[in-house]
Design a protein around this ligand. Structure first.
Ligand SMILES: [Zn+2]
Length: 428
């Protein structure tokens, strides 16, 4: 038995600092993404000028899974030997394998869930790191986790999982030390009391990313994270053309960000507005059109409640240890700020709905409410926009159509402009 652990602390910190530098970097980051994608296609000779923290990703070029509900073996083939660390997370029981930056170049069906695992996810966690999350059907442990050289070059990572008792699993979870390194979303938030600058800053948040692909389009199988990122770039470009407005993206590439990190990034930038972009799926395939959501602990309806519950799973699916929750701060000023922010969020949502009306398909009651974690900034008016539903083929066509996307981005831009004009008229 050979299990390495303890590497998480440095990786987590590297990821967080990487996140901050990524926001500031442009062309170089793009080069890194391109290098990653080319490596994913097997073109590993792409030259890159990236710093050591973002060197050429490892290539996992094939994978296989075998076994049953007592023992399950997973093997991944790499071009080079991967360093890795293993962690366990409870409720639901998960095994997390952290890797350096890795391009997963094999078809998804090679690692379809089976045996002891009911869900398997893998992808980028941040610059320089990738992760595999195995969600188990019952308590498991890795009896073997090691790299072995392949006969014809390269290395394979072999993971043998077997069932274990609940108490043994709980011990595995308890005996590891990584909780101190993760972001603590319950840390008290300090409200800014200094005057904000005159620039109106908009945080554009592309939903999902990295290991969390979001929903999948019915026909084209395009992942939601790709659609939201493309639209976020388009929207930010248009917003940046408005005088006095500065828009930035919470993520600029295919990277995972936890829900609380999205809020933190917006607050660090002193954002005046936060717009989270999504295109989810519903079990009712005939429902289509855009919806604007604002935060409320009581959902406006069942559909909104289910959607928020699914969105809030993002951190869990990516193997985050701490459940994001609202900051528990008993502060009357913060409470007042929250209420004021809420009023502005509702005003923003109404402005967006008005600008879409008659121009873009909207669902019935297009302004809805639910407990979305990503909308919990106490001092930034926030909305979550479902651009359409990937479960509906007509919506999917629109979401992938450049003309439609340009039109909806223009309407959103003018809604933001109108909202801003009104807030300036009211004294900012
Ligand atoms: Zn989504």
């Amino acid at each position: 038995m050979q299990i390495k652990s303890g590497a998480y602390g440095t990786m987590e910190i590297a990821r967080l600092t990487g996140m901050m530098t990524r926001i500031a970097c442009g062309a170089l980051c793009l080069a890194g993404v391109l290098a990653g994608e080319l490596a994913g296609l097997g073109m590993s000779g792409f030259p890159t000028a990236m710093a050591a923290s973002a060197t050429k990703p490892l290539l996992a070029f094939s994978a296989r899974i075998a076994g049953d509900r007592d023992r399950t073996r997973i093997v991944l083939d790499f071009e080079e030997k991967p360093e890795f660390s293993i962690h366990y997370i409870a409720a639901p029981d998960r095994v997390v394998i952290d890797l350096p930056a890795t391009a997963f170049g094999f078809p998804p069906e090679q690692l379809a869930p089976r045996g002891l695992f009911r869900d398997i996810r893998y992808g980028t966690m941040g610059e320089g790191s990738a992760r595999i999350v195995l969600t188990a059907i019952k308590p498991v442990k890795l009896a073997l986790a090691e790299t072995q050289p392949n006969e014809n070059g390269g290395f394979r990572l072999v993971l043998d999982a077997e069932t274990t008792t609940s108490s043994d699993f709980a011990n595995l979870v308890r005996s590891q030390s990584w909780a101190a390194d993760t972001v603590d979303p319950s840390a008290p938030v300090a409200l800014e009391d200094g005057a904000r600058d005159s620039v109106f800053t908009v945080a554009v948040d592309a939903g999902h990313g990295g290991i969390d692909a979001g929903a999948t389009a019915t026909v084209s199988k395009t992942p939601e994270k790709v659609i939201t990122l493309g639209f976020a770039h388009l929207l930010a470009d248009k917003l940046n053309k408005l005088p006095g407005v500065k828009a930035f993206l919470t993520r600029e590439d295919d990277t995972f960000l936890s829900l609380s990190e999205r809020v933190s990034v917006a607050r660090q930038h002193h954002a005046d507005l936060f717009i989270s972009l999504h295109a989810d799926t519903l079990s009712q395939k005939d429902i289509r059109g855009a919806t604007v959501y604002t935060l409320s602990d009581k959902a406006s309806d069942r559909m909104a409640e289910n959607l928020a519950a699914r969105e809030n799973l993002s951190d869990e699916l990516a193997g985050f240890t701490i459940q994001s929750g609202p900051p528990e701060v008993a502060d009357i000023l913060l409470d007042l700020a929250r209420r004021e922010t809420q009023a502005f969020s509702i005003a923003l949502a109404d402005t967006v709905v008005k600008s879409f009306d008659g121009q873009v398909g909207l669902i019935n009651n297009p302004h809805r409410q639910a407990g979305f974690q990503v909308l919990r900034a106490p001092d930034i008016p926030s909305v979550l926009l479902e651009l359409g539903f990937l479960s509906n083929p007509e919506d999917e066509k629109l979401l992938l159509d450049e003309t439609w996307r340009n039109r909806i981005a223009d309407l959103l831009t003018s809604a933001v402009d109108r909202y801003r004009a009104r807030s300036l008229a009211n004294g900012g």
